[in-house]
Write a new protein. Sequence first.
Length: 60
Amino acid sequence: MSTETYLILCHECKLSHDDLETMTIGMVLDYIDEYLETKNPNKKEKKTVRKAAQADFDSF
């Protein structure tokens, strides 16, 4: 990702200069990811996690 792309995404997510001063790059990228997921009307439901059974370990 280039600097320009990063700044465009920040602008699209309505992050201000003050927001960027107080957030780390990782926090900003997480925010952008969550923002885009909420704006996506065709989002897929997350898969549920189940506990592995003995049969799963045996087949592994």
